[in-house]
Design a protein around this ligand. Structure first.
Ligand code: ZN
Length: 479
């Protein structure tokens, strides 16, 4: 087993997590952790990822009955404790980030920080690389699909339940900055190796960190210091546009502040960002208008989306008008009620900085009815075999994150197509939509249909027809 210890330390040296002066220190920490006796053995197993050494060491601990659990969850829990031996304390990480940023620009700092989080296995590159990724051509352009095998899916009701349960525990939620170094427990993943960079925005103290799931390149999260609920206001637009000027090439967006149309965490105000170009950026423009130093574009996109391009101050001013107009917008003839016993209207904003500033404002409504218990503007029942969860910022942007179960189910659908046998339960209508005779391999056809079904789910989230959206914009500009 000692050869795995040397393999792990040499991995840490190669990745420059530690220096050679740290060898004995790490060795002693590790043999204690894994309850091993020192051996004059300098054999090394060369590893590319920490779990290649840590998992055999944990299996050995389990076999020797030092631990009672060898599930993947428990192994991950212990793995982050092992990797924390190689991790710098938060103050040192912050210092390095700030020094790099000052001397070589923020791009160098984020490049380093992202790589550091991957090398510490906080971002599990090996698992993420197993996610299925493909693109589908649609009438809105190319849409991207990920079948996620690294995180379990949550339905909106569980999300609501969790939001309530989180209010009583420590840290109050998974996004609180108090998670830094947190060991984890049954309901919480460990955060031993997460590191946060403090940020100042015009409304106070925030932190920058990376998402452990990394759904796209440099998937970042910006969160408030205080555990305060999601809120989408004029200040959100200001913060997002300030963030895109601070972080070169990054986009930043916010999920909404309401259930069903929001993300999985409503209890802690946060944004998502990253170095990634989403399909929505390439959406065609159906109609454009002018407002002061801003070009206003109505996009050809399955959700009702208005893009503002130009001067930052004017974007914020117009964005605020659009937000207020939408918060007060009701139109019973098309089933939009902004308020019943509670508020239903909100927006998903996404900011970028290209030649000029850009802010996409996506109109959302979370009303439920007897016919649509999960939401009128939520994927409808025909889409559920593929996607039942909330449509959040990432999916609004044209990247589907689909559940793991689909890998097997889509395989079974392909088999059903090929052999003319019944498809898996719930996929009867799905499979009927695939036109025959098949023009491609059955699995390819099935994957494509899954992508088109996802886009149908996005269309279900669209609150206004294109004509109504254009009228909505015109009314604001004529005020
Ligand atoms: Zn929190």
């Amino acid at each position: 087993m000692i050869k795995y210890i040397h393999g792990l330390i040499n991995y840490a040296l190669r990745k420059e997590l530690i220096k050679k002066e740290d060898y004995n220190y790490c060795y002693n920490q590790l043999i204690y952790f894994f309850k091993l006796k020192h051996k004059d053995e300098f054999d090394e197993v060369v590893i590319n990822f920490p779990e290649e050494a840590i998992f055999p060491l944990l299996d050995d601990l389990y076999e020797r009955k030092h631990i009672k659990d060898n599930s993947i969850q428990y192994k991950d829990f212990l793995l982050s404790k092992v990797m924390n031996i190689f991790a710098d304390k938060p103050s040192i990480v912050i210092n390095k980030f700030e020094e790099l940023s000052k001397q070589k620009g923020i791009k160098t700092a984020t490049d380093w920080f992202y790589q550091y989080m991957k090398d510490l296995d906080y971002i599990k590159t090996t698992r993420i690389s197993k996610n299925v990724f493909y693109t589908v051509d649609t009438k809105y352009g190319e849409v991207e699909i990920t079948i996620n095998v690294s995180k379990p899916e949550l339905d909106p009701k569980t999300i609501q339940k969790r939001a309530k349960a989180e209010a009583v525990s420590y840290p109050k939620c998974v996004l609180c900055p108090e998670n830094e170094g947190f060991a984890g427990n049954i309901s919480r993943d460990s955060r031993d190796t997460i590191r946060l960079i403090p940020l100042k925005l015009s409304d106070g103290d925030w932190y920058f960190q990376y998402s452990p799931y990394s759904y796209y390149n440099e998937h970042a999260i910006v969160l408030t210091k205080e555990h305060t609920p999601m809120s989408v206001t004029k200040q959100t637009f200001i913060n997002l546009l300030d963030l895109v000027s601070m972080f070169d090439g990054y986009f930043f967006g916010s999920n909404t502040d309401l259930p069903i149309v929001g993300g999985s965490i409503l209890s802690h105000n946060h944004y998502q960002g990253g170095l990634y170009t989403f399909p929505i950026e390439k959406a065609k423009v159906i109609k454009s208008f002018n407002y002061k130093n801003v070009i206003v574009e109505v996009l050809k996109w399955p959700l009702s989306t208005i893009r503002l391009k130009g001067d930052k101050k004017d974007i914020i001013e117009l964005g605020d008008k659009i937000l207020n107009k939408w918060l007060n917008y009701s139109n019973p003839s098309i089933n939009i009620y902004n308020f019943t016993d509670k508020r239903h209207n909100t927006v998903t904003p996404i900011a970028r900085k290209k030649a000029t500033y850009e802010l996409d404002i996506v109109l959302r409504n979370n009303l439920t009815t007897e016919a649509y218990p999960l939401g009128i503007y939520h994927p409808h029942e025909d889409v559920w075999p593929i996607k039942k969860e909330n449509i959040g910022l990432i999916e609004v942007s044209g990247l589907a994150i689909l559940p793991k179960r689909l890998i097997e189910q889509l395989q079974e659908c392909a088999q059903a197509l090929e052999e003319n046998t019944p498809p898996p339960k719930g996929f009867e209508d799905f499979i009927k939509k695939i036109s025959k005779p098949l023009t491609k391999e059955p699995l390819e056809m099935v994957y494509e249909q899954a992508g088109l079904t996802f886009v149908k789910g996005l269309e279900d989230c669209g609150v206004l027809s294109i004509n109504n959206l254009i009228m909505f914009v015109e009314e604001i500009l004529n005020e």
